[in-house]
Design a protein around this ligand. Sequence first.
Ligand code: PMP
Length: 463
Amino acid sequence: MDGTFNENDISHVVEADKAHIWHHLSQHKPYETTDPRIIVEGKGMKVWDQKGKEHLDAVSGGVWTVNVGYGRESIANAVRDQLIKLNYFAGSAGSIPGANFAQKLIDKMPGMSRVYYCNSGSEANEKAFKMVRQIAHAKYGGKKHKILYRDRDYHGTTIGCLSAGGQDERNAQYGPFAPGFVRVPHCLEYRAFEQEGAPVENYGLWAADQIEAAILREGPDTVGSLCLEPVTAGGGVITPPDGYWERVAEICKQYDVLLHIDEVVCGVGRTGTWFGYQHYGIQPDMVTMAKGVASGYAAIACLVTNEGMFDKFKDNPDDPLNYFRDISTFGGCTAGPAAALENLRIIEDENLLENTTRMGDYMLDQLGALMDKHSVIGQVRGKGLFLGAELVSDRDSRAPVPEKQAQAVVADCMAQGVIIGVTNRSLPGKNNTLCFSPALIATKDDIDHILHAVDGALGRVFG
Ligand code: PMP
């Protein structure tokens, strides 16, 4: 902000917003007596609202998106130059930024080779589901069409993605869902005791084995793919227990089940590696990504596959199913790959992966230290700059705090000028995990600032 900001300048915007905007994820009754927050400007880690109030953004635009921070002129310039040259062309034609970004992206993903462009995480996941279904029809008489997904994972907002959605709070209103989606347990060891028949030790291996059990129950010849988040985001910032992913990959291989990893949140640096799955030495068949691909400077999502997947779609020229019968209108926008290319360059040139690991370790450590002071923190977890603190009213029973109290912590931080989030949308009214995902440029001072606000808020809300 340049200091000349005048609240009155945009009072008409507030009125227009109140009259016409249907806000995401919002109950609108409160807007009858209070104004919605309008974010006017951003720079680095900070944003300013319509009242000129400064906020330190610890959630990268609310939903883990603005990985390189706000106000990046070089991305704006790259997009501008590209738009003037060619803004759009869709269908089977390629584009210069599309090919260039694909090349760079694949360099970061050994073993992968093809990039399919679209414009949201949900869309990328839908396309992955469609590939599985098309392969099932082309190769297995339609039989190997089932898609396994996990409790607590989220893959998007469409009915197809909600059919693969493990967060009942988000699903409850929207059935009936698409057939052929099968749920398996989550891998949150901290809540193992809530799972019927689960051991509290070695829970990760038990949870992975439940995937095998589901495949055997459904019939391996009916299961086409398994779709998972590498570190679960909205379901409570869930880091997998040791050995979990290795076992999952082994099971997929054994039963010829395609491994689809949803990197919509973890992708492009969030956890300190380019992709979350790269922490676990595994090799996926399909990877979907969206939020951090261009840090929100343009809408872009990608479905990336290995060459084996791609080959399945071209090995029989006489087969009417021999190409992927799919298109994305806005997958033809060139602003996305132009922004994504510059976004990637920034992450590389500014060593943001290293910074994410260093600052993430520091923040996790400091969150852990807060546990000594606030018994309401039951567990802290996460990877890189993707962290959560689960709040419980009692550490022994692990009973979640009422959601209202978790929301009060968020509101208190907001009043202090720090934006944090709360998540864990598995069950209605059970959001009890504070979440933190500052931009990958975060400094130690930023982290200290965030934690100072959280410390104060926990003290005030829980006494
Ligand atoms: N997958 C995951 C893991 C997500 O968190 C989200 C969005 N929060 C999506 C998919 C859907 O992405 P979009 O909102 O871009 O459709």
